[in-house]
Design a protein around this ligand. Structure first.
Ligand code: GLN
Length: 328
């Protein structure tokens, strides 16, 4: 197979920049260079320890991968190492719920940035149990409730969905992480009970939480994550399998909410500096969607104060800079 080309086709069209393809190094080289660059950064940030099992990961792991809509997958560093995807899973849950219940979902969860930390409680009280968006914890627990009440086994359905998207049957939810969060997830339980008190949780609170914790405990590698979400870069069609995962309209909508809310309280800065729909997780993963081109997945466990991986942010920022990827 030839070396993956580097210049996004839309960019060549937009900027008439065909010559760039010959001048720039291959995507494989760029990805390796960025991993080396991230490894050389001064140590900064802390591994999430409020979920005890997450505190045990090796903080020095660094990985970067990209899947393009023309079917290439490149990776560097520990791009095959499976990590706890945590909030990256909120994209899978949301896609399933949108497919299952359609626009009625938006009566129970909004699509506005929260301006608060990902697990904040105060706003939920003011706003009568309607979460600001599906990517903060309250919103994702609400989505978990929707799935739990619409599938006989929502955890199995989710696992099947993710395996299908990642084209890999061995994907699993890490039992240790699942149990660890179940035992210590009191703040998430508080969010769920508060929503229940407003009548916005239909099923049993413990069942909704159980789905949520299971979803967060899924373990995927950067290469698998990039492939699994490639449908969002390709108007809802999975470029590797040809499957229509969601409608074109919903792919646009998911990307829109990712742009405003996917990086929590750092979403504005991320849009400003990187300009891509993206999602972070406290396991240290970040995914960024490049519509019409592909998906970048980066991983390294040390987090900044917003709960976003320092090195993963660095690699995605640099990649967007090098390739001129901002959608704005
Ligand atoms: N499971 C984590 C939690 O609920 C997910 C948060 C995250 O990744 N930002 O706290």
């Amino acid at each position: 197979m030839s070396e993956p080309g580097i210049t996004p086709s839309f960019q060549r069209t937009l900027h008439g920049d065909a010559s760039r393809q010959q001048d720039t190094p291959s995507l494989t080289t760029l990805v390796s260079d960025l991993v080396a660059e991230a490894r050389a950064l001064p140590v900064s940030g802390k591994v999430a320890n409020y979920i005890p099992a997450l505190a045990e990961v090796d903080p020095n792991r660094v990985a970067l991968a990209m899947a393009t809509i023309d079917g290439q997958v490149v990776g560097a560093g520990e791009a095959d190492h499976r990590f706890s995807i945590q909030s990256l899973s909120k994209i899978f849950g949301l896609t399933m719920a949108m497919n299952r219940v359609g626009d009625s979902l938006w009566k129970r969860v909004n699509m506005e940035p929260s301006g608060q930390s990902f697990n904040s409680i105060v706003q939920l009280e003011w706003e009568h149990g309607i979460p600001r968006n599906p990517f903060i914890n309250a919103g994702a627990i609400l989505v978990a409730d929707v799935l739990n009440s619409h599938y006989s086994s929502s955890k199995q359905a989710l696992l099947r969905f993710v395996r299908q998207l990642a084209l890999c049957e061995s994907i699993y939810a890490d039992d240790k992480v699942y149990r660890s969060e179940k035992q210590t997830g009191n703040r998430n339980a508080a969010l769920a009970y508060l929503m229940k008190s407003f009548g916005n949780i239909e099923s049993d609170v413990t069942a909704a939480l159980d789905h949520y914790f299971y979803q967060c405990a899924l373990a995927l590698s950067c290469k698998e994550m990039a492939k699994a979400l490639s449908f969002l870069a390709n108007r809802g069609v999975h470029p590797f399998s040809g499957q229509q995962v969601c409608s074109r309209r919903d792919a646009h909508r998911i990307n829109a909410i990712l742009s405003t809310s996917g990086m929590y309280n750092q979403s504005g800065e991320f849009a400003f500096t990187v300009g891509l729909p993206a999602k972070s997780g406290v396991g240290g993963g970040i995914v960024a969607i490049v519509p019409g081109y592909g998906v970048i997945a980066a991983y390294s466990p040390r987090l900044n104060d917003f709960g976003n991986s320092v090195q993963a942010m660095h690699m995605i920022t640099r990649m967007a800079e090098e390739l001129g990827l901002s959608v704005f």
